[in-house]
Design a protein around this ligand. Structure first.
Ligand code: BG6
Ligand code: MG
Length: 215
């Protein structure tokens, strides 16, 4: 039986994936790189550092470490500025109700996000009370699609791999769950998931309810 749910944050709990994209677009422009939504899919679920490597890789640009770091800092500043706009309506459809249902049914909830801004965002959205554990991406060496962060998240809520299901909007994230031997629900058109939903609103539908709340 499923005893817990592992949530990705950006694009699953909060409508923040678009802010990452906007911030990266601005940074990329300075190197004459035009980011498009298709390429952006490769950045979802990927750490800040690795994202910049991928973006610069488009033009085979390798920056000295110092400049690289200052670009990372700048991107995060742009991103944090966008987060000023965060509010109740930044919580994606159905998520709050779903979290309330999980709490009521004594299911455990962990967040497994590559973002170092996750605790800040969850606090700002007043969702911390629904969450039992937040994995710290800073202390996990291998990011998604490696399974480590999901293994840490399951451990954090004291559950085994077959007692959890992960919810992800990125291919890297679904692949990480797959490698962790965990069930996954994809948001969007993803490979390797148990099934995909078009939107988080569908988490409240029968299919997911049967999987998580049965028994
Ligand atoms: C992931 C996002 O959740 O976090 C990525 O999907 C982002 O787009 C990554 O790059 C790292 O986030 P942050 O906030 O630490 O730069
Ligand atoms: Mg995501």
């Amino acid at each position: 039986d499923i005893k817990g749910v592992l949530f990705d944050l950006d694009g699953v709990i909060a409508d923040t994936a678009k802010y990452h994209y906007l911030a990266w677009r601005e940074v990329a422009k300075r190197y004459d790189i035009e980011l498009c939504e298709g390429f952006n899919e490769n950045l979802k679920g990927v750490s800040r550092r690795e994202s910049l490597e991928k973006i610069l890789g488009i033009k085979n640009i390798v920056l000295p470490e110092e400049e690289f770091k200052s670009v990372l800092k700048e991107k995060n500043e742009l991103y944090i500025n966008y987060l000023e706009e965060l509010g109740e309506d930044s919580i994606l459809p159905g998520i709050k109700e779903f979290l309330i249902d999980l709490k009521r049914s004594n299911k455990r909830v962990a967040v497994a996000s590559a973002s170092k801004n996750a605790p800040y965002i969850l606090e700002k959205l007043e969702l911390l009370k629904y969450i039992d554990y937040i994995a710290d991406p800073g202390s996990i060496e291998r990011g998604k699609p490696e399974p480590d962060i999901f293994l840490d998240a399951a451990r954090g809520i004291g559950l085994k791999t077959d007692e959890v299901v992960g919810i992800e909007d990125s291919q890297a994230g679904v692949d990480a769950l797959y490698r962790a031997n965990m069930l996954s629900i994809g948001i969007g058109d993803l490979r390797n998931s148990l099934y995909n939903l078009e939107s988080t609103g569908e988490l409240l539908d029968k299919k997911t309810r049967r999987l998580i709340f049965k028994g």
